[in-house]
Design a protein around this ligand. Structure first.
Ligand code: ADP
Ligand code: MG
Length: 630
C-alpha cells in the first residue's frame, strides 16, 4: 500500500502532533453495504464482524418498540418480514416529500407524510422514522463494531458521501452521525477517498478517474491532483444503473427459457423472485468461471439453465455501454481527453465483472487500478483521512459544488455567484444595489441551478436585509457573500456598506435535490442555453425600460411646473408607448422606445438641471457666494 497523499495548503507545513490523539474511524456509508476502517501509522485496516466479513449490509429491521437490528441479521428478515425492514435508505437522505412524489408507489416503504412538506417520514412497525434516524442506526452499528475491535469508545469519524450529494444530503449525513454519537471530522467525497486509498500522490500531479459501479448506482468522477491538493473536477452517473440491472437482464433471460420449456404463458411473482436470486448467483459465478448451469425451482416445477460468460456479456453489454457513455460525457464536461488521464480507480462490487473491467480499460486506454478490494477502497481512504486529521495535519481535500448558486435579481433573473464545479471551500461576494428610490429593505432569494430564470431553478432560502437608510435607487451598496465550507455547506450573508447593517442565513433546506433531478437540470440548462439567453436579454431590456419610466415619473411629480401642457402630453404618450413595448416580447423595440423616451425627455432634463443650479444659487446667501469667489 502506498502512503497517504499529503495534502497541505501550499506553503504551510502540518503541525507535528503534540499529544497522542485518540483514534478516529473512516466510514463508507453505502446504499447497499457499509464499511468501517481505522488507520494507525498509515496502515489502514477494515474492521470485521464476528462473521469475519467487512461488509455490513445497509439494512435495518425494526421491532414495534423501535429497537433496531442492523446488517446481515436484518437482511435475513427481508424475505420473511419485509414490512419490518428498511433498505437503500441512502437514496432518501436529504430528500423531501416533494422530491420523492415521482417515486410514489415504487418505494418499498410506507411514506407517512405523503401529502405534507419537509423531510420524509417512514412508517415501520408502528414507528415513525426519518432517513436521518435510520442512517443513524446503521452508523451506531458501525461505531459499535469499531468500539469492540479497538477496545475503546470511538467518537470521531470521517464519513464519505457521493460527490454529487447536495447541501441537504450532506447536512442529513452529519445529523445522522451526531445522532449516532459521532463527531464528523470531515465529509469526504467517495471518489476522493478511493483515490486517497491508492495514494495517488505517488504518481504526483495529474488527472484521475474513479469508476464506481455498485448494486443500484453508477458514479464516475474526474479528480485532479495538483500542488498537493486534490480536486473533484467533474462528476456524472446514473442513479438507476448497477449490478441489480445485470441481475434483472439475466433473470428475464432465464424466465423466457423457462416459460418456453414448461409451455407456460407467463410466470408467477414467486418464480420471478427465485429467478432473480438465481441470476445474481449466476452473474457473480461467471466473474471467475467461463460457464455454468443453474436450476430454478418454483411452484413445483424445475427448469435448468446454462449460461456462458459470452452470453452474459451479450445481455449486459448495453448497460456497460451506457456507463462508458457517461464517462465520455464527464470527460467532455471537464474538458479532458482520455490520454490525459493518468490512472483509473475501480470502486464497487460490480467492477469485478470482467466485461466492465475490459470496457473501462479500452475506453481509458489503460489497465484500471484494482489491487485494493473495490468494496473496501472507499472506507480505507476515509480511515487514512481520519488519521491525517487527528494528527493535526492541515490536510486539505478539495471538492466541487455540483450546481451553481446564485441570487434572484430584478425581473426574476438569476445572478450566479458561485459557479458549478467551483472547488470548495470557497467564499465569493457580489455587490447589488436598490431598484427604487427610498427602498429600505431587500429580499435575498438564494437559488441553485444552471438556468437563467428563477422559476426554472431550485429555491434554497430567502431572507431580508432590513434597515437600509432611504437613498436614491442605485445608491446603496449591498454586498452579498456566499460561503461554502469544506463539507459543502452554504452560508449566505448580506451587508450594506455605508451603514454596516448585516443579515445572514445558514442554508439548511429540509430536503435536497436528487441526483436524477440534478442531471435533468444540467441537461435542461444545456438544451435551453440559447433560449435562456434570449429571455435574459429581453427581461433586462424590460427592467431597464421600467427603471427609465420610474425616473421620468418621479421627475414629473417633482417638477411638473417646468413643462407646458403639450410637453407633458408628449412625455405621457411616449411612456404609454414604452409600456406597450414592454408588454410585448420584442427586445429591440423595447430598447428603441426606451431610447425615444430619453430623447423626448431630454429638454425636460436640461430644464431641471438649470432649475437645480438656480435653486442652489438662490438658496445660498450672497455673502457666502462672495466669500467663495475670493
Ligand atoms: P453499493 O455501492 O450499492 O453499496 P456494492 O459496491 O456493495 O454496492 O456492490 C454490490 C453489487 O456488486 C451487487 O450487484 C453484486 O451482485 C455485485 N458483485 C459483488 N461481487 C461480485 C462478483 N464477484 N461478480 C460480479 N458482481 C459482483
Ligand atoms: Mg458503494
Amino acid at each position: 500500500m502506498a502512503t497517504l497523499l499529503q495534502i497541505h495548503e501550499p506553503g504551510e507545513t502540518p503541525q507535528p502532533h503534540e499529544s497522542k490523539s485518540e483514534l478516529a474511524i473512516g466510514i463508507d456509508l453505502g446504499t447497499t453495504n457499509s464499511v468501517v476502517a481505522v488507520s494507525r501509522d498509515n496502515k489502514p485496516d477494515v474492521l470485521k464482524g464476528d462473521d469475519g466479513t467487512a461488509l455490513v449490509p445497509s439494512i435495518v429491521a425494526y421491532a414495534p418498540d423501535g429497537s433496531a437490528i442492523v446488517g446481515v441479521l436484518a437482511k435475513g428478515l427481508l424475505l420473511s418480514r419485509p414490512g419490518a425492514v428498511v433498505s437503500s435508505i441512502k437514496r432518501l437522505m436529504g430528500r423531501g416529500v416533494e422530491d420523492i412524489k415521482s417515486l410514489a408507489g415504487q418505494l418499498p416503504y410506507e411514506i407517512e407524510n405523503e401529502n405534507t412538506q419537509g423531510m420524509v417520514r417512514l412508517r415501520v412497525q408502528g414507528n415513525s422514522l426519518t432517513p436521518v434516524e435510520i442512517s443513524a442506526d446503521i452508523l451506531k452499528a458501525l461505531k459499535e463494531r469499531a468500539d469492540e475491535n479497538l477496545g475503546e469508545s470511538v467518537t470521531k469519524a470521517v464519513i464519505t458521501v457521493p460527490a454529487y450529494f447536495d447541501d441537504a444530503g450532506r447536512v442529513a449525513t452529519k445529523d445522522a452521525a451526531r445522532l449516532a454519537g459521532l463527531e464528523v471530522l470531515r465529509l469526504v467525497a467517495e471518489p476522493t477517498a478511493a483515490a486517497l486509498a491508492y495514494g495517488l500522490d505517488a504518481g504526483a500531479e495529474g488527472l484521475y478517474a474513479v469508476f464506481d459501479l455498485g448494486g443500484g448506482t453508477f458514479d464516475v468522477s474526474l479528480l485532479r491532483m495538483q500542488k498537493g491538493v486534490f480536486q473533484v473536477l467533474a462528476t456524472g452517473g446514473d442513479a438507476a444503473l448497477g449490478g441489480d440491472d445485470f441481475d434483472h437482464a439475466v433473470a428475464e433471460y432465464f424466465l423466457g427459457q423457462r416459460t418456453e420449456k414448461l409451455h407456460e404463458k407467463s410466470f408467477s411473482a414467486d418464480e420471478a423472485k427465485v429467478a432473480l436470486m438465481t441470476a445474481r448467483i449466476a452473474k457473480e459465478c461467471l466473474t471467475s468461471e467461463e460457464s455454468g448451469e443453474w436450476v430454478i425451482e418454483a411452484g413445483g416445477e424445475t427448469s435448468r439453465h446454462s449460461l456462458s460468460r459470452d452470453e452474459l456479456e451479450q445481455l449486459i453489454g448495453p448497460m456497460v455501454g451506457k456507463a462508458i457513455k457517461i464517462c465520455s460525457n464527464v470527460l467532455d464536461d471537464g474538458g479532458v481527453s482520455t490520454d490525459e488521464i493518468k490512472g483509473v480507480v475501480l470502486v464497487g462490487g460490480s467492477t469485478r465483472v470482467p466485461l466492465v473491467r475490459k470496457r473501462v480499460g479500452e475506453f481509458f486506454g489503460r489497465e484500471p487500478l484494482a489491487d485494493i478490494d473495490p468494496d473496501e477502497v472507499v472506507a480505507i481512504g476515509a480511515a487514512l483521512q481520519a488519521e491525517a486529521l487527528t494528527q493535526g495535519s492541515d490536510t486539505l481535500l478539495l471538492d466541487v459544488i455540483p450546481l451553481s448558486l446564485g441570487l434572484e435579481t430584478m425581473g426574476g433573473l438569476v445572478e450566479k455567484v458561485v459557479h458549478r464545479n467551483t472547488t470548495i471551500p470557497v467564499a465569493k461576494a457580489q455587490e447589488f444595489t436598490t431598484f427604487q428610490d427610498g427602498q429600505t429593505a431587500m429580499s435575498i432569494h438564494v437559488v441553485q441551478g444552471e438556468r437563467e430564470m428563477v422559476d426554472q431553478n431550485r429555491s434554497l432560502a430567502r431572507f431580508n436585509l432590513t434597515g437600509i437608510p432611504p437613498m436614491t435607487a442605485g445608491a446603496a451598496r449591498i454586498r452579498v457573500t456566499f460561503q461554502v465550507d469544506a463539507d459543502g455547506l452554504l452560508t449566505v450573508s448580506a451587508n450594506e456598506d455605508s451603514t454596516g447593517i448585516e443579515s445572514q442565513v445558514e442554508v439548511k433546506p429540509s430536503y435536497g435535490l436528487s441526483d436524477e433531478e440534478m442531471a435533468t437540470m444540467l441537461r435542461a440548462s444545456m438544451e435551453h442555453a440559447k433560449d435562456d439567453m434570449e429571455l435574459r436579454l429581453l427581461t433586462e431590456a424590460r427592467v431597464e425600460a421600467e427603471r427609465a419610466m420610474n425616473a421620468v415619473e418621479a421627475a414629473l411629480k417633482a417638477d411638473c411646473s417646468l413643462l407646458d401642457e403639450g410637453e407633458r402630453a408628449a412625455i405621457g404618450r411616449q411612456i404609454d408607448v414604452v409600456m406597450a413595448a414592454c408588454r410585448g416580447s420584442e427586445r429591440d423595440l423595447i430598447n428603441a422606445e426606451a431610447e425615444n423616451l430619453d430623447t423626448v425627455t431630454r429638454p425636460f432634463a436640461e430644464k431641471r438641471m438649470d432649475k437645480g443650479i438656480n435653486d442652489a444659487l438662490k438658496g445660498a446667501p450672497v455673502s457666502k457666494l462672495e466669500s467663495k469667489a475670493d
